[in-house]
Ligand binder design. Structure first.
Ligand SMILES: Nc1ncnc2c1ncn2[C@@H]1O[C@H](COP(=O)(O)OP(=O)(O)OP(=O)(O)O)[C@@H](O)[C@H]1O
Ligand SMILES: [Mg+2]
Length: 339
């Protein structure tokens, strides 16, 4: 059986604010610019959403009689404007305030990542995720699935922390399975994880580990090991140069080595170059790094105002100086490599 390959790029970090969303977004844009078909999944359920910063257009979705999203309906093919999207976001916030308890069954538009996740939790199968994908106002050919930053959605998401372990990862897996089945051209999924290496990011990395080691998926998960799709993980741990960040980050990578062999530490916003960075790392966590053979795997993304701009901007074509640096980012993110 010939299997279709989909790459799964994941971005996590020990500390918040180190550039996960920026690198995940740039990753998706670089892929789309090369003709691939990526979906960027915003898994940060803690109150920041890609839809807050980026000028994203939500899809028009099919509604049920009560005004909630029909999560089993196919795509309508229509997109709303940014202004219409913003108005709907405010309406969803107000609707949740009114009857927040029924959120799992009755999500109001616009659709967020939270919704197919909850659907998968309740049904153990994927929603029509292809009907829920957003686009940038200046279409960069990236398909977006932003999380909700609405206060009540965030409060409801706290339930993931108190549920059974791996409820979240299983629901994520079903949601990804929906994307793979429903978007035939899909080639890449880019996952922007919440800050920290416990809880949801840990669950996501266990999923990555299962795929990397080609282990059978547990019961109640999509049967990927036997199916027509081969998921190939491309995992990153983003860190700053701050010793309070880089030390725990490298220790985590070292400890996960056996299970997540390709987890790559990336120092973001670096100003001093790779050699300086590697000797700094060696000096600080020398024996641990040596033992794990880690210092050679550390890579960097430079401090670049162009990168921050690219994050916001729908258009991937930027000026020459940034292009040079973008080639480096492409390499660091292993986008040149054949899966
Ligand atoms: N390489 C870079 N060069 C310059 N600025 C950068 C770079 N990477 C990220 N930034 C800036 O750093 C800030 C934080 O980045 P970002 O929001 O991507 O971090 P994050 O890890 O996703 O944060 P959070 O943990 O809150 O989700 C942003 O203002 C972004 O523009
Ligand atoms: Mg972020």
């Amino acid at each position: 059986m010939s299997r279709r390959t989909i790459r799964l790029h994941t971005f996590c970090s020990v500390k918040g604010g180190v550039g996960k969303s920026t690198l995940a977004t740039v990753c998706a844009k670089l892929l789309a610019a090369r003709g691939r078909v990526p979906v960027l999944v915003d898994c940060d359920l803690t109150g920041t959403s890609l839809a807050d910063g980026l000028r994203l257009r939500s899809p028009a979705v099919t509604l049920l009689d009560d005004g909630s999203i029909n999560l089993e309906a196919p795509p309508t093919g229509e997109m709303l404007t940014v202004e219409q999207t913003r108005a709907l976001r405010a309406q969803r916030r107000d609707a949740l305030r009114r009857d927040g308890q029924t959120w799992r069954d009755r999500p109001h538009p616009p659709p967020y990542f939270n919704d197919p996740l909850n659907y998968a939790f309740l049904t153990r199968r994927p929603a029509r995720v292809d009907a829920l994908l957003w686009r940038h106002e200046r279409d960069d050919r990236v398909l977006y699935l932003p999380s909700s930053s609405t206060h009540d959605d965030v409060i409801q998401s706290v339930e993931w922390f108190f549920g059974q372990p791996f409820d979240w990862a299983r629901s994520l897996a079903w949601t990804l399975d929906g994307l793979a089945q429903q978007v035939p051209a899909l080639s890449d999924v880019v996952v922007d994880l919440p800050p920290g290496i416990w809880g949801l990011p840990h669950e996501a990395l266990v999923l990555v580990s299962t795929l990397l080691r080609e282990e059978p998926m547990p019961d109640d998960y999509p049967p990927w090991h036997a199916g027509p799709i081969r998921w190939v993980p491309n995992p990153f741990l983003v860190t700053s140069r701050d010793p309070n960040d880089i030390l725990p980050a490298l220790e985590y990578v070292a400890r996960q080595r056996a299970r997540v062999s390709t987890l790559k530490p990336v120092v973001n916003r670096d100003t001093e170059g790779l050699n300086a960075l590697r000797s700094m790392a060696r000096a600080r966590v020398g024996p641990l790094l040596e033992a794990a053979g880690l210092h050679e795997t550390i890579e960097r993304v430079a401090e670049m105002s162009g990168l921050a701009r690219l994050f916001w901007d729908g258009n991937v074509t930027v000026d020459e100086t940034v292009d040079e640096a973008l080639r480096e980012v492409r390499k660091t993110l292993r986008l040149e490599e054949e899966p």
